[in-house]
Design a protein. Structure first.
Length: 205
């Protein structure tokens, strides 16, 4: 999500303040499974004038999700991510999290969705120069379920950004996908992003 620097700082602080403590997986709770597969560049919402480029799959939590989603209160999970970009200020990122049990994954997916659902309110509470609005685009019938939401932000100096975010789960693995660019809700490829989310969840195992 392409939020300007002053807004991004406030958003990150807001996300960290909203963390809900989740129980970390106990040692030996479940055997380590094969790593989930990630989206490819061709599976992102098509850009009208620029091809997507996919970065490598990388261990750790992506900084790009820190504006709404964070690791605050969530410990000892196996985080991996992949970032995507175009030549025209459109970006995306996918996070996968392997937990110890399906119950932990269910709780984690709800935690992330709650953070996304409340992100607009937290932005406005912590950053008076940013107006934010969230939208719920509904659930998707894939594996153990997924949900898609949108977030629009506009700064007092006129910068406007739109993001689509989704959380999905398959068994004990959770994925979060985020797409973002400059613009507003009219610029959001909701139908294509729902297809991307469905593909991302189906690829987890």
């Amino acid at each position: 999500m392409r939020i300007r620097a002053s807004a991004l700082t406030a958003l990150t602080v807001a996300a960290l303040a909203a963390g809900t403590v989740l129980t970390a997986p106990a040692a030996g709770a479940a055997p380590k499974a094969a790593a989930p597969k990630f989206l490819s560049a061709s599976q992102l919402p098509p850009h009208p004038s620029s091809a997507w480029t996919a970065g490598p799959v990388t261990d750790g939590f992506p900084e790009g999700l820190g504006s709404c989603v964070s690791t605050e209160g969530v410990l000892d999970y196996d985080y991996r991510h992949r970032e995507f970009r175009t030549d025209l200020e459109t970006s995306a990122v996918q996070l996968t999290v392997v937990t110890g049990t399906a119950a932990q994954a269910k709780a984690l997916a709800k935690h992330y969705d709650d953070l996304i659902r409340t992100c607009a309110d937290r932005i406005e509470e912590t950053s008076p120069d940013v107006e934010a609005e969230g939208r719920d685009y509904g659930s998707l019938p894939v594996e153990e379920g997924a949900r898609v939401r949108g977030l629009h932000t506009e700064t007092s100096w006129g910068a406007t950004d739109i993001s689509l975010l989704s959380v999905g789960r398959d068994g004990r693995t959770v994925t979060v996908v985020q797409w973002g660019q400059m613009g507003d809700f009219d610029d959001a490829p909701v139908a294509a992003f729902k297809k991307t989310t469905t593909t991302a969840v189906n690829k987890l195992y």
